[in-house]
Design a protein around this ligand. Structure first.
Ligand SMILES: [Fe+2]
Ligand SMILES: [Fe+2]
Length: 271
């Protein structure tokens, strides 16, 4: 299965680079499944139902979220009727929406997509490791589903590495989000799970993690309430990772980063 995962979409320029380039990428890379993190898609904070619908109609199969899940409150009544939008699995019991979704491709193959959130330097939540273990008692890679993709939305690189290694051999891909910075450590772990600490953001890198520089810098320099942060709206880079899995085992065969448009060095998978 050929899977593309794109990191946090930030603001209008992030949405536009994804929506404008995805149809061509889907065709040229022969993608079977496209997943995007969109927790910052609506002006940097949250995801409106309208933008979610645009993404799902524009070639995205599953949307993941994170700590900004509910910044747009209109998503709360919408999410239960939109199973392809998932929020972290370790939110408290009773939280609207789901932390995972099983999708069926047009050819009948199945893929499970999961969103989890780290706890180090983040809001306290249930244990994401235990939530994953519980979920994987009901889903077996290569048996009940051909692929399992996990978005670990976390600040700390150590927690993401631990998450990948705990899940090694039991899922197809563990990819980090939230830091908005692509890491060069994409690799296949010893038992066959593809891993990358952070996919990077789809947004304008002439910024501070997607937000205009002046107010973001002022926050670090002055101990005064400042201007509200606004998304930077220059040329955006589409940023993520592509994985090809073996349908029999569900494990990764190869992976490569993708960076298209904007300021970052450009790269496309060559498989
Ligand atoms: Fe984010
Ligand atoms: Fe985040």
């Amino acid at each position: 299965m050929r899977i593309l995962f794109l990191g946090d979409i930030v603001g209008r320029c992030g949405r536009e680079v994804v929506l404008s380039r995805l149809p061509t990428l889907r065709a040229t890379l022969a993608l079977d499944l496209v997943i995007v993190n969109a927790e910052n898609a609506s002006h940097g904070f949250g995801l409106s139902p309208g933008i979610a619908t645009d993404l799902l109609n524009g070639g995205v199969d599953v949307i993941t979220l994170g700590n900004h899940s509910w910044d747009r409150r209109d998503l709360i009544p919408h999410i239960n009727g939109a199973p392809r939008i998932i929020r972290p699995i370790n939110f408290p019991p009773g939280t609207p929406g789901n932390g995972s979704v099983q999708v069926e491709l047009a050819d009948g193959r199945k893929a499970l997509v999961v969103n989890a959130m780290g706890r180090l330097f983040m809001d306290p939540l249930d244990d994401p490791f235990r939530c994953m273990t519980d979920l994987l008692t009901r889903h077996r890679l290569g048996v009940t589903t051909q692929a399992i993709v996990v978005d670990i939305h976390a600040e700390a690189t150590s927690e993401k590495w631990a998450f990948g290694n705990v899940l090694d051999g039991r899922v197809s891909l563990v990819v980090g989000t939230h830091t908005h910075t692509p890491t060069a450590d994409h690799r296949i772990l010893p038992a066959g799970t593809a891993f990358q600490t952070d996919a990077g953001m789809c947004g304008d890198y002439d910024s501070v993690i997607g937000m205009t520089k002046e107010p973001a810098m002022a926050r670090f320099i002055r101990k005064m309430p400042g201007e509200r942060l606004q998304p930077a709206e220059g040329d955006a880079t589409l940023c993520g990772i592509m994985v090809e899995t073996d349908d029999a085992t569900g494990l990764a065969r190869r992976l490569a980063p993708i960076r298209q448009g904007g300021l970052l060095s450009q790269t496309l998978p060559d498989f």
